[in-house]
Design a protein around this ligand. Structure first.
Ligand SMILES: Cc1cc2nc3c(=O)[nH]c(=O)nc-3n(C[C@H](O)[C@H](O)[C@H](O)COP(=O)(O)OP(=O)(O)OC[C@H]3O[C@@H](n4cnc5c(N)ncnc54)[C@H](O)[C@@H]3O)c2cc1C
Length: 436
């Protein structure tokens, strides 16, 4: 049995950022351990569906260990040993007893702690979860961790220039389709929804991406539920050397079931990421936390929140120990994706009325367009394709700006008129936003 003051369960994005924050806060050698099912130190998971799959100069570890993704120091395995932080890898925790503060691994090792951070992330939803016939076939692949990515790379090499079917039209499906295409595969995307990424994209936004992908030679079959990876409900059969499924994830909470309050499929926390069990924190994908900006509980499965929630929890833990406090987590949702030569960013909430701006012509040489969402007279969310760093900062500011405090929209008093001139394109006329 091993005992630690702090244990981070999970060795992904949030674990890396939490470890860095612990180090900043002066954690002592031997106090902190990360226990991870994976065999490598924490890394920036988004790389797996992007640079990791490039046919040339592909990203490989140690290149993308945390915390490079946010422009920080790259924490190599040596960094952890220098700080006296124990990395307990290739170790799956199968049982958690929060009452006795004990974790048990599949190999029957036990670990005890004083403070626990649950950072177990999500597991992919598999076709087998829907009872799909033939879903066990070994050319059906998923992508959550580096082992999955290595299987995909091996399959791409084994089936050079083959046919690939990508099931799912979310951002993973879109990024994977692009990666397979640049690896010279004949790619078909299949998804049941009327357009890709319906959870975020409006029909106008999706029209661009579907057109852009079609121009790249990617076939799209939509509105058709894939009942097997290759046989569609409408009777069509798609041939494939590789089938890759990206239909979403589920928060990995099962070791804690019945021991901790849950909400929105995740583990319920306060604004400091402490759960209903004192001394047990849940961060990143698994946490359902109070989103101050919208005054409701949310769960967010994006890398920016993984990083920031990890830092917030560690700051809160250390402050509490010192009898102090930190401000509540006040998060502005941020999400991005990249594929081919295009990339977009989104800030805020995609609720209310949406307005498309700019030119969403998929054949444009340098596409630049977006959408904003207005609720109760205020812009609450902004999506921008092709923005510069400065322009992306501008849209974040707009999405974060408070409502006009009861004053009528359009009055001059106390207002900055964010004309987005810097955004320098035809959306200009549409996209005149007022923020306080
Ligand atoms: C392929 C891919 C691409 C992505 N791209 C983007 C993107 O472009 N933009 C974006 O905003 N977000 C993206 N995301 C989402 C983002 O990566 C996640 O939100 C983020 O990784 C969540 O961090 P986390 O620490 O909660 O979970 P993870 O990073 O998934 O880490 C969880 C860790 O816990 C370990 N674990 C789980 N259960 C156990 C157990 N019982 N015992 C031991 N270890 C355990 C796992 O093995 C893993 O190491 C992407 C995700 C994937 C999979």
């Amino acid at each position: 049995m091993k005992h630690f003051t702090y244990v981070i369960l999970g060795g992904g994005v949030a674990a890396g950022y939490a470890a860095r924050e612990f180090a900043k806060q002066g954690v002592k050698p031997g106090e902190l351990a990360i226990i991870s099912k994976e065999s490598v130190a924490p890394y920036e998971r988004p790389a797996l569906s992007k640079g990791y799959l490039f046919p040339q100069n592909a990203a490989r570890l140690p290149g993308f260990h945390t915390c490079v993704g946010s422009g920080g120091e790259r924490l190599l395995p040596e960094w952890y040993s220098e700080k006296g932080i124990e990395l307990i890898l290739s170790t799956e925790i199968v049982k958690a007893d929060l009452a006795s503060k004990t974790l048990t691994s599949s190999a029957d090792a036990t670990f005890t702690y004083e403070t626990l951070l649950i950072a177990t992330g999500s597991s992919v939803i598999k076709l087998t979860d829907f009872g799909v016939q033939g879903a066990e076939a070994n050319n059906i692949l998923y992508l959550r961790d580096i082992e999955d990515a290595d299987k995909l790379v091996a399959a791409m090499q084994a089936k050079k220039d083959g046919k690939a079917v990508v099931v799912g039209g979310g951002y993973i499906g879109l990024e994977l389709s692009a990666a397979l295409k640049i690896n010279n595969f004949d790619v078909t995307m299949v998804y049941p929804e009327p357009w890709c990424m319906p959870r975020l994209f409006t029909a106008g936004l999706a029209a661009f991406y579907e057109g852009y992908y079609a121009n790249k030679g990617i076939h799209i079959v939509k509105g058709t539920v894939a009942v097997t990876a290759v046989k569609l409900k409408n009777g069509n059969v798609l041939e494939a050397d590789i089938v890759i499924v990206g239909v979403g994830g589920r928060p990995l909470t099962h070791p804690f079931k019945g021991q901790v309050a849950e909400e929105k499929g995740g583990i319920k926390t306060d604004a400091f990421f402490e759960t209903s069990v004192p001394g047990v924190y849940a961060i990143a994908d698994v946490a359902a936390f109070p989103m101050k900006l919208y005054n409701e509980m949310r769960r967010v499965e994006h890398v920016d929140h993984a990083r920031k929630s990890a830092e917030q929890a560690v700051k809160a833990i250390k402050a509490k120990e010192a009898g102090e406090s930190v401000p509540e987590y006040d998060y502005l949702p941020y999400f991005y994706s990249r594929s081919f030569d295009i990339s977009w960013q989104f800030y805020g909430d995609n609720v209310g009325d949406d307005v498309l701006f700019g030119d969403n012509d998929p054949t444009a040489a340098k596409p630049m367009f977006g959408s904003y969402w207005i609720k109760d007279g205020k812009v609450v969310g902004v999506f921008l394709e092709g923005g510069s760093a400065e322009e992306n900062q501008a849209i974040a500011k707009v999405a974060r700006a408070p409502a006009a405090g009861g004053r009528r929209r359009g009055s001059q008093e106390g207002r900055t008129r964010l004309r987005c001139q810097s955004l320098n394109f035809s959306m200009h006329t549409h996209f005149i936003l007022w923020t306080l």
